[in-house]
Design a protein around this ligand. Sequence first.
Ligand code: GDP
Length: 479
Amino acid sequence: MVILGGFFFGYHLGFLFNMTLSFLGEFKMQYQTTIAAIATPLGRGGVGVIRLSGPKAYEIAEQLTQKSLPAARMAGFRQFCDADGSVMDEGIVLCFPNPHSFTGEDAVELQGHGGPVIQNALLARLLDLGATAAKAGEFSMRAFENGKMDLVQAEAIADLIDATSQAAARSAVRSLQGVFSTKINTVLEKLIHLRLHVEAAIDFPEEEIDFLADGKILALLDDVQDSVKVVQQSARQGQLLREGLQVVIAGKPNAGKSSLLNTLAGHERAIVTDIAGTTRDVLHEKISLNGLPITLTDTAGLRETGDLVEQEGIRRAIKEIEQADLLLLVYDLNQGDEPLQLAQRYFADHLEPKRLLLIGNKCDLTDQAAELSDYQGFRHIRVSAKQDMGVQALIDAITAHAGFQPEEDTFIARTRHLDAMKRTQHYLSEAREQLVVFNAGELVAESLRLAQNALGEITGDFSADDLLGKIFGSFCIGK
Ligand code: GDP
């Protein structure tokens, strides 16, 4: 096997080069329209910022201020004038010539006063002067399409703005700074390198079998699969941090469900009484346990009842149970109940150990200590919701159940990213099978191509327009 000579590299250099270029996303879109939007939240504040971006941004800003614009990136104080020349507001104008702006286009920021009436009037004036009202996420979309940032970074901006905890905000900044993208690009490079070797084998059919069988390609494939796995594990932490966990509390009436919700929430959210059937509707509470964002849902007690309202509550409870990431099934230790009996009666199809935690409540009334154990293959914990016994152990069990172990350098991630990595792994496994079982070079190459496309979706190298529309459409206006 002395195939990898000059000819081979000469021939494939262009091929590799093209692939590398495309995954760096070096392309530029030319938009004809100039978009404008209020970038600060609409409300009362000292300053309100309006953004303009596009080929006519400077021209429009000049007409608004009726003066020449300040030099690039220099703050200039200007009056903002109406069509009749009257002054509407005054403030700072900042100009960012292309390509050194957020969007990569000519962009202007107008920092006027922050009040809804004046901000809306200024925006209307810009539209009269030829700007178009920006759609949700349109500034970020342009930044992405002009190669100023990749898709992961654009999403990270939205996640930073929407972050509900310090940890989530810090992780979003890490993704914005490229931590996640770099990891993906490193794997992509390895994958391209692997494809190169496979393509080489195909190009020299007389050597193909040897080449595929000599172990080098398999070793490279192993390395790519391992690398994807490592990124998958970190991304899962980032996804949990961003999207949190849906945790539902269920059980018989009076088991202590509402008391447990209140204890976990740290305040009296749900009504607690010893009258059975108090909670008749579902009740949601957003909390954070060990830094993991959780939507905690209290549900109506499960029992046979003739009360129509309660029946509807139970129907809703079962719907929540079916959709939960994790179910806390609470029972009263003093009632001598069999912990799984209720589950078997109401939601037998949803009895999975990884989605269920059994909670024996009111241990303060028994001689049993608060304790974590196993019960018929399920995690089981004894607590007292009322006396706060075993609650920290329960919190740890919940976060451990979710596999939440954020590291110092956790970066924010989304379900979309995890789906793409799952598909990447699927195609890599397919490639492995084609290689090991069938020695079929062309099929290995095709699976690897699909794996690269799936992985490239994360940073936006390979993304259908409708996917982009969906992602950017979920951003807020002015972003
Ligand atoms: P739910 O119907 O399942 O939501 O139950 P609640 O939270 O409303 O509680 C029913 C009754 O049990 C109330 O009187 C609570 O004060 C009481 N209770 C709940 N948890 C505990 C506990 O851990 N220990 C004791 N002793 N009583 C509890």
